[in-house]
Write a new protein. Structure first.
Length: 374
């Protein structure tokens, strides 16, 4: 019932014939934070300053950060509370990033995702991330006078996509993944931090530490960046990435380019079995090569391929066996590449995913020994 009321209110609030409103009389939103606790939603807007606020409201917690919050029994009610405080209707379509608070992990995620993916004011490819604590903690970060936190967050997410750390960071893609049978989604996970600078002044930052895994509309656990990176290698052609070799160095030892994976589903011992062929081009740091006294390209190629296999194997083990989450959309892949097998398994595909086996065949080509360390 609450969801129906919220949708009706959203239709009244955000659609229909409305009087013309000047931009100076609207709240121009840069980022949206959503928190949930004890049956109540808190919406936090980071907005572009302009005009004045009504005397009935109060911008919090800082005029420099330009944050304002509202509370309500639904997201719509919380937004209406902000409009009442500021005297300005929000321009939601200008938002660049949505941050979900950690409290939403305890609730079905579809209500929040549907609100943003179905609202006509929102861009379908707006970035979405989740906080280990609250959304407001993430939005409180201020980096420089020229660059507010939302701009930094957006750039971090875009860089993570480009480097193959994150493959699902828009509301549209996350919502599509969540709507498919047996499928799931990984939402980038930020950890708000506090430090002090050389003057003893508090400095807030946000670290991208991994992803929160959702399947069947519910949160099931977190994965680290290594798992997210490996899933990106498996999910799509990755333009650039890096790999760390256990036992040699703690930092990434090789830069990877043009990573491609082909997954072939077959039946083996009456189970779903996945043959995974991965290729990549690598550049080894000359510093790392000299330090580890390995000079032959074929030796390095074998070491890096083995490290990639281990990382992808761990990603499969956690996502499929531990969480039972088909984040790679294997069901349509099996249907397309081996329709006969899919027809044999489709009635019990849920079990087949959780019990499937796999094998990796990874080839790495050493492009050159570089001059810089990663």
């Amino acid at each position: 019932m609450q969801r129906i009321i919220s949708l009706v209110l959203a239709a009244i609030l955000f659609t229909g014939c409305v009087p013309h409103v000047e931009l100076n009389d609207r709240l121009i939103i840069q980022a949206i934070g959503i928190d949930y606790k004890d049956g109540e939603y808190t919406v936090v807007f980071q907005f572009i300053p302009g005009g004045s606020h009504s005397s009935g409201g109060e911008v919090s917690p800082s005029a420099v950060l330009n944050l304002v919050s509202g509370k309500g029994i639904s997201i719509v009610h919380a937004i209406m509370d902000i409009e009442k405080k500021t005297g300005k209707p929000p321009l939601l379509g200008s938002a660049e990033v949505i941050i979900l608070g950690g409290g939403l992990k305890d609730e079905p995620i579809s209500y929040t995702l549907d609100f943003f993916s179905q609202g006509y004011e929102f861009h379908p490819f707006i970035k979405v991330a989740i906080s280990e604590t609250t959304a407001e903690d993430v939005l409180l970060a201020l980096y420089t006078d020229e660059e507010v936190g939302v701009q930094r967050l957006q750039r971090v997410l875009e860089d993570a996509e480009h480097s193959g750390l994150v493959y699902d960071s828009t509301v549209h893609s996350v919502n599509v993944n969540m709507s498919l049978p047996l499928s799931g989604a990984i939402i980038p996970l930020f950890r708000p931090t506090k430090t002090t600078d050389h003057e003893g002044k508090e400095v807030r930052d946000n670290l991208l530490v991994g992803g929160a895994v959702f399947t069947d509309d519910l949160y099931v656990g977190d994965v680290d960046l290594d798992v997210m990176t490996a899933l990106c290698w498996l999910y799509k052609t990755t333009g650039a990435s890096a790999v760390t070799v256990d036992g040699l160095l703690d930092s990434p030892i090789a830069g990877l380019w043009d990573i491609k994976s082909v997954i072939t589903p077959v039946r083996k011992d009456d189970n779903l079995h996945l043959k995974i062929k991965t290729t990549a081009v690598a550049e080894i740091s000359r510093h790392h090569a000299d330090e580890n006294t390995i000079s032959k390209e074929d030796e390095w190629a074998a070491i890096i391929a083995d490290a990639m296999d281990k990382q992808m194997n761990r990603a499969f083990e956690i996502s499929l066996h531990e969480y039972g989450c088909d984040v790679l959309r294997l069901e349509p892949l099996v249907r397309q590449k081996n329709n006969r097998l899919w027809r044999e398994l489709h009635n019990e595909f849920d079990t087949a995913i959780r019990t499937c086996t796999w094998e990796f065949d990874t080839d790495v080509t050493i492009l050159q020994f570089g001059i810089s360390a990663w």
